[in-house]
Design a protein around this ligand. Structure first.
Ligand code: PLP
Length: 396
């Protein structure tokens, strides 16, 4: 018997457990301290009322013989795929319902999609990065080429001409940096991928934070993307589905490699290894995406946007370099006084009781940076930023 030894090549993921340990130690030492957590990537507002009602109604249906639903359709219920198609149409993007695959969230699909590609491929992964892209490829033993994201490119790496590329991960708006690609930049990536015969795995989990039309919410806003890109999206941040679980992946019919349709391969993969998302969850997702539900979701998003504004305004006022927070719930700040990410973590906790996420936990280029999120309670965010203003007001 041989196990998958690639697992030995995974870096231990200490980031969030180390943070939890350090915060627990701090609280033990300072039981009176009012700790404010600004490191969380989870939402705090609940499902919108429309989604919660539809969820409950559908659960009741499951308890009645006449309305009971067993296994659902392979790619998800028509009612949900139609609602997703309409959602895209709402910002001017045409996707076919037949190219949409409903899933239990973007994370699983981002990992599972790799079943379609040989291990003998070169993968381009930004650094810093959402760790799932890296770890899933390390598990499969693929060659990895890091795309340096740093202050000089606005944390938005561009195609490395001359570099071999088979799979390319792009995440916009980005976790952890909050940086967003504009149309011209994405067009460069699409052209590069089409020239190389590469496939872009486009993570649009935070598209709903994009405010205004200047930045694409979908890779399919870019001409040529349907022959080189798969898009992953999620109701997690859009509609507070982090604990309810629903997402979707778009694999265009026109996307083929070596004479094979990736859409057909993904259908085969999903029907072989996945049995769909529960009926009540799909009803809840549909309700969130329909106009009344969407209006409620938008109200929640506004709360996070306002918190992000408070964060960026405070950092600007005290002269701390940062990006993100405009089309993103994440703000990526430079640590003051040249501190390392972990030194600043400790300093911030000690001086203010505020917890954030050290940028170095997301990759080599994250060293010296720090991630704050706008998902906390607005009053707590205001208080945290007031403390930061007092503690680092003379950051220069
Ligand atoms: N992609 C990015 C960039 C994320 O930050 C997250 C969650 O934090 C996900 C995907 C996962 O989303 P889901 O909850 O749909 O699995």
């Amino acid at each position: 018997m041989k196990i998958n030894r690639n697992y030995q090549n995974l870096e231990e993921s200490y980031l969030f457990s180390t943070i939890a340990g350090k915060v627990a130690a701090f609280q033990k030492e300072h039981p009176e301290a009012d700790v404010i957590r600004m490191g969380i990537g989870d939402v705090t507002l609940p499902l919108c009322e429309k989604a919660a009602d539809a969820f409950a109604r559908a659960a009741k249906e499951q308890g009645q013989e006449k309305t009971f639903h067993g296994y659902g359709p392979e790619q998800g219920y028509e009612f949900l795929r139609e609602a997703i198609r309409e959602y895209y149409a709402g910002f001017g993007v045409r996707v076919k319902a037949g190219d949409i695959f409903v899933s239990d969230g973007a994370k699983s699909d981002l990992g599972n999609i790799l079943d379609l590609f040989d291990a003998d491929n070169t993968v381009l992964i930004p650094d810093p990065v959402y760790p799932v892209y890296l770890d899933t490829n390390v598990m499969a033993g693929r060659r990895i080429w890091f795309l340096d994201a740093n202050a000089s490119n606005g944390f938005l790496p561009m195609p490395p001409e001359g570099q071999e590329a088979d799979l390319i991960y792009l995440c916009s708006p980005n976790n952890p940096t909050g940086a967003v690609y504009d149309r011209a930049q994405l067009k460069e990536w699409v052209d590069f991928a089409n020239r190389q015969g590469a496939v872009i795995l486009f993570d649009a989990a935070y598209e709903s934070f994009i405010d205004g039309g200047a930045f694409p919410r979908s890779i399919y806003e870019i001409e040529g993307a349907e022959t080189c890109a798969i898009e992953f999206c999620s109701l997690s941040k859009l509609a507070s589905f982090t604990g309810t679980r629903c997402g979707y992946t778009v694999v265009p019919e026109a996307l083929c490699r070596e004479g094979m349709s990736l859409r057909k391969m993904w259908l085969r993969r999903q029907t072989t290894k996945f049995n769909g998302v529960s009926y009540p969850v799909q009803r809840a997702a549909q309700a969130a995406l329909l106009p009344e539900g969407m209006a409620q979701c938008r109200a929640h998003l506004e709360v996070y946007r306002e918190s992000a504004r408070v964060i960026t305004e405070t950092l600007s006022a005290i002269g701390i370099w940062h990006i993100g927070g405009i089309h993103s719930p994440y703000v990526w700040m430079q640590c003051p006084h040249g501190m390392t990410s972990w030194d600043f973590f400790a300093d911030l906790l000690e001086k203010t009781g505020v917890v954030g996420t050290p940028g170095s936990g997301f990759g080599r280029n994250g060293e010296g940076y720090f991630r704050l999120t706008a998902f906390g309670r607005p009053d707590a965010t205001r208080e945290a930023m007031e403390r930061i203003r007092r503690a680092y007001g003379n950051a220069e």
